[in-house]
Each structure stands twice: as structure tokens, then as C-alpha cells.
Design a protein around this ligand. Structure first.
Ligand code: LLP
Length: 422
């Protein structure tokens, strides 16, 4: 049973707030996030994991709004970061450095130095070159870095190719054979303590089988390392839990099934189990509210043109991702197949093709569901469309947690050319 976020019922109430009233007050498009939906997810996961020695490090990339990070901090959740910018945001939001882990194949030396100086918990290291750089930097800063090897277990996550990360041909992690060599010469590093394993095979996984498969491989390697005398401090199981994009159709892995996979494979592990969920905590907690600009009846297709576009929510364009699209004030009448598009000058600016929707007219309010993860965090100002506002809802109250960009905000930093020579 999924811990259900507060439902968006037929009357369009979300976390005690009437979305229609909200849209009457603030111009669309904007994102609305339910604080209670996020808390429900955190607590559901915590409950399922009870008894294990674990820590949740929220994958900041899913939704990096400061207020969302502050909510994580208040719940005792740490952060999984992939850049200096995410480090800065997380610290700024009050997430202690000791609860922060750093992932990614392209950490620059500058970024690693900043994270070392901040005193983060550990680095998830993805290449021999990165490991050497970390040793060098930690030595020059006179600190000890804790590191985990990101294992690429060569497991198919059974998800979209663009968000699959655990196959040998993907850029992520290293093979168990390579990791074995790293541990064999770990003693020669004086400033990196190689004492962890990390695995993340992909995102939006709707089946527990690949998760079990990856955990089994990592667990076998942990036992092998332990037998060889290498003490491990942590095993990081990554993120990847899927959510419902198509309500009534998608059946994500429950926190209980996920926790029992972890227990089955890592229950005997004495160190700490780290988790890096992103989408699972925030995805269903967010909606994008948008209005119909106009209906355009083409020769072959009926287009519903929204005031939101691919720059606001990229997932449908980039991954052909399905998002439920729901009119908030449905009109009576038969449903019709529509292409739901944005105003941006690209054919790819399409939220759905041939979607059956009840009659819609210009000005009608529509919500695009499950937009809390990889929505605003992947948005841009393409077509010079300022970034939209983000609102946090909490039991009948709402707060603007990001105001809509002004045109001045949008061009901040741009300036006329003042020529120089190097
Ligand atoms: N840990 C690592 C090392 C990751 O690379 C990711 C996501 C996560 C944790 C969190 O995964 P999650 O629990 O959110 O599935 N933009 C894509 C998703 C990209 C995911 C990238 N890595 C989308 O909109 O579907």
C-alpha cells in the first residue's frame, strides 16, 4: 500500500488548499507542492526501514527549492548532491554537512575541494582518476576524505534508457573487478578512507527485481571484502524508486517491498545503509497548474495550447514521459482526443498526444500531475519565458517559495560586450 499523499479530490483541494482559488490569486503557470505529501513519503519510508541502521540522503536534483530542502532538514533527512551548487543550497537550507554525500562522474577538483572544506560525510567515487584527485586534494587540505566506490553492477533497471545508469555501457560507476583493485591498494592512500560501497542503477523503477539483483551483487562483494579484511562503514543503495505518473495504471514498488529487499540482502550488514531517494519523496507531491490559452482545431488534430511549456516541465519532451493531465473544472460532454501542447516553437513542446480529455475552453484551469520531481529543477527560460513561481501548501496554508522571475531576473548577469584581450 502506497502512503497516499493528500488526495487531489474532485473538488481540486490539495493539502487543504483549493487549487482553483490559488490559481485565481496567482497567475499560471506555477508549481504547487504539498508539504504533507512530502512528509508522508519520508515517514512511510522511515517506518518501513525501522530497525535498520540507515540514513536518508534526499537526491537534491529532484527538486532543489530551498523550502523543500528546509523541509527535508526539519525531518532529519540529509542530501545527495552532484554539484557545488547543490552543496551550497543544501548547507544554506540547514542540512548539516555530515549528512551530505556527493555523487557524480564529473566532480571538478574545485567542487571536491569545496565539499572537503565543508566536511561532507562522503564521496561516491566513480573513477580511478577521481579517486587519485581526491587523495591529492585531501592531502593538501590536511583532511581525511571518506569514500565509497560506486559499483556499476551491470543490471538493467527496466526503465527509460535516458535514466538507466547501471548497465556496463553507461558512464556511471566501475565494475566490481575494478573496485576490487581499488580496495587491494587502499592502504597506500593516506588521506582517503575507502570504506563504502554505492550503487544506483536507474530512476523511475517500477519493479523490485532489478533492485534485488543489484543489491545481491553488492552484498556478495561486501562479504568478499569483509572476508579479505576490509571494514566497510556504509553501503549506499542509491535512489530510483518509481512513482505514479498514470494513476490507476502505474504500480510502484511499495516502501515495504523496497525495505524487505534491503533487509534480505543487507540485513546482516553492521555499518550504515544510506538511501538516496529523490523522485519518491517529492514527485507525487507536486502539480503544475496551467491554463488553456486556446483550442486550435487542425485538419487532423485537435490542439489544446497551454500557457505552460517544455521549458517549465521538460519530461514529456525529453523522455516522452506520461503525466496525467486533469481539468480542474471539468465541463460536461464527451471526451475527445487532443494533443496537449505548449507555446514554445518546437514540435517537441508537447505534453501529450491523442489524450482523451473532456471538453476544454480557453481560460480553463488544468493540472499536470506528478510534477514535483524533475519539474522546476529541470526548467529553463527557453524562448525567454521567465521561470515560474513555486508554492508550498501545508494544511490549508500556502507560501510562495519561489516568486515568478521578472524579466530583469531573467537577464540578470547579461551585459553589453565590453571587449578585452587576454
Ligand atoms: N542517486 C544518484 C546517484 C542519482 O543519479 C539519482 C538520480 C538519484 C540518486 C535519485 O534518483 P530518483 O530516486 O529520483 O529516481 N530527470 C530524470 C531523472 C534523472 C535521475 C538522475 N539521477 C527524470 O525526469 O525522469
Amino acid at each position: 500500500q502506497q502512503p497516499d499523499p493528500p488526495r487531489i479530490d474532485a473538488d481540486a483541494w490539495f493539502d487543504g488548499v483549493d487549487l482553483r482559488e490559488l490559481a485565481a490569486r496567482y497567475p499560471t503557470p506555477f508549481y504547487a507542492y504539498s508539504a504533507n505529501a512530502i512528509r508522508t513519503r519520508i515517514r512511510g519510508l522511515q517506518q518501513a526501514l525501522a530497525g535498520l541502521n540507515y540514513a536518508i540522503c534526499y537526491a537534491v536534483k529532484a527538486n532543489s527549492n530551498l523550502a523543500v530542502l528546509q523541509l527535508m532538514a526539519a525531518e532529519g533527512v540529509g542530501a545527495d548532491i552532484v554539484s557545488s551548487g547543490e552543496l551550497w543550497r543544501s548547507l544554506h537550507a540547514g542540512i548539516p554537512a555530515q549528512r551530505i554525500v556527493f555523487s557524480g562522474v564529473g566532480k571538478t577538483e574545485q567542487e571536491m575541494a569545496e565539499a572537503l572544506a565543508a566536511g561532507i560525510q562522503r564521496f561516491n567515487v566513480e573513477s580511478a582518476d577521481e579517486l587519485e584527485a581526491l587523495e591529492r586534494l585531501a592531502s593538501s587540505l590536511h583532511v581525511t576524505a571518506h569514500a565509497a566506490v560506486r559499483i556499476n553492477p551491470d543490471v538493467d533497471a527496466l526503465t527509460h534508457a535516458k535514466i538507466s545508469t547501471g548497465k556496463a555501457e553507461n558512464k556511471f560507476g566501475v565494475s566490481i573487478a575494478e573496485a576490487r583493485r581499488w580496495f587491494a591498494r587502499a592502504g597506500s592512500m593516506h588521506h582517503v578512507k575507502l570504506d563504502g560501497l554505492h550503487v544506483h542503477i536507474g530512476s523511475q523503477m517500477l519493479s523490485v527485481a532489478p533492485i534485488r539483483e543489484a543489491l545481491a551483487r553488492v552484498a556478495a562483494f561486501w562479504r568478499e571484502l569483509e572476508a579479505a579484511g576490509h571494514a566497510l562503514n556504509s553501503i549506499d543503495v542509491g535512489g530510483g524508486l518509481g512513482v505514479r505518473y498514470r494513476y490507476g495504471h502505474d504500480e510502484p514498488v511499495t516502501p515495504e517491498a523496497y525495505a524487505s529487499a534491503i533487509r534480505d540482502h543487507l540485513g546482516a550488514f553492521k555499518g550504515r545503509i544510506l538511501l538516496e531517494p529523490g523522485r519518491y519523496l517529492v514527485g507525487e507531491a507536486g502539480v503544475l497548474l496551467t491554463r488553456v490559452v486556446r483550442i486550435k482545431q487542425g485538419d487532423t488534430h485537435r490542439f489544446v495550447v497551454l500557457d505552460a511549456a517544455m521549458n517549465d516541465l521538460l519530461r514529456p519532451s525529453l523522455y516522452d514521459a506520461w503525466h496525467d493531465i486533469v481539468p480542474l473544472v471539468p465541463r460536461p460532454g464527451p471526451s475527445q482526443a487532443c494533443d496537449i501542447v505548449g507555446p514554445v516553437c518546437e514540435t517537441g513542446d508537447t505534453f501529450a498526444r491523442g489524450r482523451m480529455l473532456p471538453p476544454l475552453e480557453a481560460g480553463d484551469l488544468v493540472m499536470i500531475r506528478t510534477s514535483g520531481a524533475y519539474g522546476s529543477s529541470m526548467s529553463s527560460t527557453y524562448n525567454s519565458r521567465p521561470l515560474v513561481a513555486e508554492l508550498l501548501l501545508d494544511e490549508g496554508r500556502h507560501a510562495i517559495v519561489r516568486r515568478r522571475q521578472t524579466f530583469e531576473d531573467m537577464i540578470a548577469g547579461e551585459q553589453p560586450a565590453r571587449w578585452e584581450t587576454v
